[in-house]
Ligand binder design. Sequence first.
Ligand code: BGC
Ligand code: IFM
Length: 811
Amino acid sequence: MKFGFFDDSKKEYVITTPRTPLPWINYLGCNEFFSIISNTCGGYSFYKDAKLLRLTRYRYNDVPGDVNGKYFFIKDGDTVWNPGWQPTKTELDSYECRHGIGYSRFTSSKNDVQAQVLTFVPLGDNCEISSLKLTNNSSSAKTLSLFSYVEWCLWNADDDMKNFQRNLSIGEVEVIGSTIYHKTEYRERRNHYAVYSVNSKIDGFDTSRDDFLGAYRGADAPLAVENGACTGSIASGWSPIAAHQLNLSLQPGETKSFIFVLGYLENLQGEKWESSGIINKRPADEMLAKYQTDEDVEKAFARLNNYWDGLLSKYTVRSSNDKVDRMVNIWNQYQCMVTFNMSRSASYYESGIGRGMGFRDSCQDLLGFVHLIPDRARERIIDIASTQFQDGSAYHQYQPLTKKGNSDIGSGFNDDPLWLIAGTSAYVRETGDVSILTEMVPFDNDASVAAPLMEHLRRSLDYVITHKGPHKLPLIGRADWNDCLNLNCFSEHPGESFQTFGPSEGPVAESVFIAGMFVKYGEEYAQLCELMGMPTEAERARKEAELMNEAIIKDGWDGEWFIRAYDAYSNKIGSKECEEGKIFIEPQGFCSLAGVGVEEGLAKKALDSVKEKLDTEYGVMILQPAYTKYHLELGEVSSYPPGYKENAGIFCHNNPWVSIAETVIGRGDRAFEIYQKTCPAYVEEISEIHRTEPYVYAQMVAGRDAKFHGEAKNSWLTGTAAWTFVNISQYILGLYPTHTGLSINPCVPKNFGDFELTRQFREGNYTIKVQNPDNAEKGIKQIYVDGSPINGCVIPYVKGKTFYDVTVVMG
Ligand code: BGC
Ligand code: IFM
C-alpha cells in the first residue's frame, strides 16, 4: 500500500494523506541553519548543533506523536484547522504534502478556503521562510483569522529537558512591531537570539504559552484561537512562545499572502551591546528586510532550486529502470547530503542531544557526498582528523558546534582509525587534491601537537598493526563497526552498552571485519603513499595488508564463510561451531569486497552462504541464528530481541557491502537483487509494512525472527545512504574515481539494457553511453573516448580537458 507517489519531474515525494504510518519528515537547510519538518508540520529548528543551539522545542515520547511544530491555525467561523492537519486534526477537504529537495510544500483546503505553505531555508541566511497563501474558493466573502505558533526552546536542548528549577525563570522575549524576539540567555552575553516575524501588520500576539494555549490545554485546542483573540502576553519565565494573529477578509477568488520568517541571529563583531537586556535588533532587521515580498521569496526559492539542480547534475543516469534513475538522480544523493549535514545527530529517531558527529559515521558519509561538495568534504576530513589521538585512535564522536571530541563516549572503537583512510582516499581520488595530505592537522584539537594529514593516516594504519591479538588479527577494542559486539566486556554490568575491558583477561578479542577493512584501506593508503612519493612506505603497507590477508585466510575462514571475530577467550564468533550467531554478514561483505579469498574461490563461497543463510525478501540479515539469550561475553548484540537491530535485524548499512562484493566477483543479477530489496523506490509499494519514509533508507528493517518482519526503523541518518550510493554509482553502474582517471566497469543484471551516465569528475564533464549487446553482467569489450578506443577501463585524467564523449561496449 502507498500513501503518496513520486513526482520525479519536480524531484518530490507527494504525500496524499496526513495519516502516514509514522511521521514522514524532510530536512530544510544546507549549511548552518536546519529544520526538520514532518508531513503534518511537526519538527524543530536549530543552528549548527541540535543539542546546543536549538531554536524551537520538540517533545519526544509524546502521545499522540509528533505534536510540536511550526503551526498555522486558520479560524473560519467556528472551524479551526491547520494546513498540515496537526495539531487540531480537523478533517480536511483536501491535503497534500510535497517533500522536495530542501523544501516542503503543503496544499490543503477546508470549507472552500485553500492554504498553500511553502517552507524552506534560503541559501546564505540563518532562517526558515514560510510563505503562506490563503485563497477564498467560495462564492461569498470570508472573514478569517490566521494564527502562527512556535514554541521556543531554551537553546541547550538537553538542559531544556532537565533543568526546570532554573529554566522556568529565565525565559525572556520582546515584541517590536510584527517581530517577536526570543532573547533568553541574551543577558548572559551569549550573543545570540531568535526572531519570528511576519511581513504584515499584526492584529495580536502572544509570547506566553499558558496564555495562548490556556491552562490544561494543548496546541490541539489553543484558547486564544478558540476565542479569536491573542492576549498580548509578554512571557516572563515559564515557556516562551511566539504567536501572531492576523485578521483578514477574502473576496471570492481572492488570495492573500504572508511571509513568516524564523531566524537565528548573532550580534555583529564589535557591535555595541545594549546591557539593559533590550536586544540589539540590527542584525535581525537586516535579515528580515530581505524577505518582505513574494518576489523576494520566489527569488530565494529559485536560488535554492538552482543550487540543488547543480549538485544533482554531477552524477546522473538514464536507464530503462525508472526506480534506479529516481534513486540515483534524486533521493539517494539527497539523503547523502543530509547525512553529511547531520551525521547521526538529529532525526525523528536520533534526539539531537545524544549523538553528534560520529568519527566512523562521518568518514563513511564522505564516500557518498564527496563528489557533490568536495570543498566541504575537505573541511570535514580536517575536522574529523583533528579529533584523532596521537596514537592513531580517535574520539568516537564529536559535537558539531565545538568540533571537539566527546569525552563521555571516549575512544576505543578499533575500526575508527581506518575509516579516516577510507574518507581521505575517496576525497583525493575524487579531486586529485593531494595538498590535503600535507595540511597540518592537530591531534585532539591541540594545535601544539599537529602533524600533516598523511601522518595521521600513517598512525591510523599503525594503530591496527600494533594492536593485534593471538591470531594476528586486529584487536576489536570496545567494538568495531558493529557497536554492539562488545567482546571485551564481562559480567559486571550486564545490559550496559560500551562496557569497559574485563580485569584479568585483557582486551584480546579480535575482529575479522577490521582485518578485511585493513586489507582494503591498507591498499588505498599505499596508493596515497605513492602519490606522495613514499614508495617504501607504500611497500610496507602492502606487506602488512598481505600479512593480514594471510591471517584472515588462516584463522578467519570457517569452511563456508568468514568468521566474525574471536572473543576475549579466543572462542570463535560467527562460526559453524557456535550455537547461535553462526554467520555474520559484515566479514562476508567486507573481506570479499576487499578481495580477500576472491582468487581462491572463498569469497564466492562466503557470498553463497549469505544467500543461503541470511537472505530474506526484505533484505539480508546481519546474523543468523539470532541470539535467543543474553551472552555476557558478547555484550549488547545479544541484548536485543531476536530480529531487531544488531541481533539479526536487516541492517541496511551492510547490505551494499554484500552487493558490492557480488560485483567484485561479477554477479550482476545477484548484486542488483540485493540492491533492490532495501531500495526505497521498490519498498514504496509496501509502505504499510515498511512504515518509514519511502524516499529514504532506514538504518534497520526487522529481520525474519522479529514479530514485525519487514518493518523499518531509524530512517534518514544511516551510513546506508552513502554505501548504497557507492554501490549503485561506482560498482553496479560502475563509475569509480581513481587517482589516474575515471574507471568504468559496470556490473549489472543481464536484463538491465543499455544506459547513459553523465558525471562531473574534476574539471571534466563526461557523457557515457553504455551498450550491452550480449546482456553481459560484467566485462568491458571496448571503451571509446571521443571516438578513439582506449586500453583498459580507466579513462586517463587529462588536466584542463573539460569534455569527454564516451562509449562503452560491455561483453
Ligand atoms: C546501535 C544501537 C546501540 C547503540 C549503542 C548503535 O550504533 O545501532 O543498536 O544500541 O549503538 O550501543
Ligand atoms: O556502525 C554503527 C554506527 O556507527 C552507528 N549505527 C549503528 C552501526 C552498527 O552498530
